[in-house]
Ligand binder design. Structure first.
Ligand code: ADP
Ligand code: MG
Length: 698
């Protein structure tokens, strides 16, 4: 049970003064949670800072950055009545002059704000205009009393529609007042070495910084919270590993008989990358330790076949294998690939998803319990309580990042000393494998099966949308199908994001009602599946979607991928999406629609995508570019789960966290005593409840 001390953190945001029910939606959108809680807000980190302490002179003020200038007001130049020219105010300090520009402002008002001969403080951005320094519409014009009331350093936050910086800052102030002083979970020597503040103090420094460095990822406060997150993660990994080691392993040694039959039925030869991965998996299975291996490979790199051959080894040994995918569609697609091959080898395969009910389901459960079914492919339905295996040897998880630690654990408990194979189509740079998974072995399918046609990738300005729709029309006439990806679901007045709903309506007008299907994240699973199925069967020709198609649906006839607002996606995500095409005989195209002007980093990112189809290289470049200061959240890069830690900044803390966890867990496997208690509290704060449950489960 979560300690009562933490209750204020996990209370709904609406328990804060000033946050009414109307604010739930915008805050929910901002924080990525339907019913946001106080803790979600506290972990909403600033994207930058406004520093009012450094007071450059007019001459020193860096153009295009937020500054606060102390100036003397020299005079005004109002436009002649009736003209739409701006009002100009001339100000200066010892270093130079600046023109303050206001459009549509009453003369009397501006002369009151900036009285000639007086000293005033201007907050805003200096720009150079024809070699002259000017500030257009300062954020604030203050006198000495006003300046004294303003915090010297103020965080800026990522915002969303319906929320202004002021809303977030006020809510944050109320949230900070609720933060309890927590028992210190970080070992004292680390705390000292890092010179880190307490949890409570760290949050306060980040959200109400007194110096600029307080609010930055490189500051001690942020570092401390990043360490909390990384430490909780590493302790969780250590606990999971310990549970598995405790359970020991069982050697599973196949004789190669079924694998040979499958290979004979395959219309192709394995690539050497596949051969290598398979050899490593077979060796793991045969060893008397438990396997925990990551199989990484781009979409289409041939992971499914490797998974099947691994399963064959388990079945040859008289045991069973199971493959769990995150969606019904994916599970059925795996089955389609697997079923004919398994049949050729005489392996009995079943599928188990939410759709199998009643007698069908009972039959499958009986087959699994008796051992008749050698391989089962399914969804979460596989880990329900009443699913029991005669002797499960190998659990395979596809798109592993879509499952929580707890689900993977439940899966691994469906047998004695189950070996785990985790598959992912989002390649993770080696340096991050350690961070995310701890000590896990990894196999990479870098080499693509032969005969793959490269996807012709181009970036196109959104201004040329009509041409794109024209090109789409030509493709459809040739019998092809297309994906059209949009980043958000609903068009709003203030946001210029292309909305999937509006785009679908537009395309329906052009190509007909039945030609277009729409899928987005707010649809029910069944509706989504039905829409995708109509596209997969060819009934619909265009699938307009938010990023839900990211998972590995396979429609070989789809040869065109259009991604709107490509500049808003992470590189890895774009690469994943592109992997939906280029799966059939015909040449494929990927159009990255962007809204200009693009920043240098955005240009570089799109260029990498045009140049390369190697997911590993793309992931590495993505990490490098982010390290060079593009502030993209981990969410966008497709890496799961870290709210505070930034790999490009806090990478060095990972090994410290890992070492600390390695010192703690073996000596105190059940997290008992005062230190154990403190770490448990940390695990709850970091929402690693699953890890705590491991303890009580023993
Ligand atoms: P992944 O699961 O990694 O996305 P799949 O296993 O679904 O990829 O493989 C994609 C396609 O490539 C499938 O149609 C599969 O039959 C085919 N394939 C797999 N391995 C090879 C190979 N060595 N040579 C040719 N085609 C292959
Ligand atoms: Mg796959």
């Amino acid at each position: 049970m979560r300690p009562a001390l933490l209750d204020p953190l996990f209370a709904p945001l609406t328990t804060l003064p000033g946050i009414g029910p109307k604010m739930v939606r915008p805050f929910g959108r901002l924080l990525g949670r339907e019913n946001p809680r106080v803790i979600d807000l506290l972990f909403h980190m600033p994207s930058g800072l406004i520093d009012r302490r450094a007071r450059p002179t007019i001459f020193e003020a860096e153009p295009e950055t937020d500054v606060t200038l102390e100036v003397r007001v020299d005079g005004h130049s109002a436009p002649p009545p009736g003209r739409r020219a701006p009002h100009r105010t001339f100000v200066s300090d010892a270093s130079g002059d600046l023109t303050v520009v206001h459009f549509n402002i009453e003369r009397a008002r501006i002369e009151r704000l900036l009285p000639v001969g007086e000293t005033r403080w201007l907050c805003g951005r200096v720009t150079l205009y024809d070699g002259m320094r000017q500030m257009t519409h300062p954020d604030r014009i203050l006198d000495a009393a006003g300046l004294a009331k303003l915090p010297p350093v103020e965080p800026k936050y990522p915002l969303t529609e319906g929320l202004a910086g002021g809303h977030v800052r006020r809510a944050m102030e109320a949230a900070l007042a609720r933060v309890p002083e927590l028992p210190e979970a970080i070992p004292p020597e680390l705390l000292e070495r890092g010179d880190w503040p307490s949890f409570r103090e760290a949050l306060k420094r980040i959200h109400q910084p007194e110096t600029p460095v307080d609010g930055l990822p490189t500051g001690r406060a942020w570092e401390r919270l990043a360490f909390d997150e990384l430490y909780a993660h590493q302790v969780t990994l250590a606990l999971v590993r310990q549970t598995q080691v405790k359970a020991g392993g069982r050697p599973t040694r196949g004789d190669g008989r079924l694998a040979a039959a499958i290979l004979k039925a395959l219309p192709f030869r394995l690539t050497s990358a596949q051969e290598e991965a398979l050899a490593a998996i077979r060796a793991d299975l045969a060893a008397d330790t438990r396997m925990l291996r990551l199989l990484q490979g781009d979409v289409g790199s041939g992971k499914t076949v490797v998974a099947l051959l691994a399963a064959a080894a388990a079945i040859e040994a008289g045991r069973q294998a199971a493959l769990m995918a995150p969606t019904e569609i994916l599970a059925r697609q795996h089955l389609e690939t697997i079923a004919p091959l398994a049949a050729a080898a005489g392996i009995e395969v079943a599928v188990l998803t939410g759709r199998e009910k009643g007698r069908t389901r009972a039959g499958i459960l009986e087959g699994l319990a008796s051992g008749r079914i050698g391989l089962v492919v399914g969804t979460h339905a596989l880990i329900q309580d009443d699913v029991a295996f005669a002797d499960l040897a190998l659990a395979i998880v596809d798109e592993q990042h879509r499952f929580g630690v707890e689900q993977r654990l439940t899966f691994s408990r469906k047998g004695a000393a189950v070996d785990m194979l985790l598959m992912t189509a989002t390649p993770i740079p080696r340096t991050l494998v350690l961070t995310l998974f701890g000590d896990m072995d990894s196999s990479e399918l870098r080499e693509k099966p032969p005969g793959r046609k490269p996807v012709d990738t181009r970036s196109v300005s959104l201004e040329r949308l009509d041409e794109v729709v024209g090109a789409l029309g030509r493709q459809l006439r040739d019998g092809a199908q297309a994906y059209w990806i949009c980043p958000l679901v609903e068009e709003s007045d203030t946001s210029d994001l292309a909305a999937a709903t509006e785009r679908a309506a537009h395309l329906k007008k052009v190509f007909g009602e039945k030609a277009v299907e729409l899928v987005h994240g707010r649809m029910s699973g069944a509706d989504k599946d039905a829409a995708m199925a109509r596209f997969a069967s060819g009934e619909a020709r265009i699938l307009v979607a938010t990023t839900v198609v990211e998972v590995g649906v396979n429609v070989p006839n789809a040869t065109l991928m259009v991604i709107e607002h490509a500049e808003r996606f992470g590189l890895a995500q774009l690469h994943q999406l592109r992997g939906r095409v280029g799966r059939g005989e015909k040449a494929s195209t990927c159009l990255l629609l962007f809204r200009g002007p693009l920043s240098e980093t955005s240009k570089a990112r799109l260029a990498i995508l045009r140049e390369s189809e190697d997911g590993f290289r793309i992931a590495e470049e993505d990490l490098r570019l982010r390290g060079e200061g593009d502030v993209l959240g981990t969410k966008q890069s497709g890496l799961p789960g870290f709210k505070v830690a930034r790999m490009e900044v806090h990478g060095a803390l990972v090994s410290q966290a890992r070492d600390a966890a390695a010192r703690l867990v073996p000596g105190n496997p059940d997290l008992e005593g005062p230190e154990g208690e403190r770490v448990r509290t940390l695990l709850y704060v970091q929402e690693r409840d699953a890890a705590v449950r491991l303890l009580s489960a023993g």
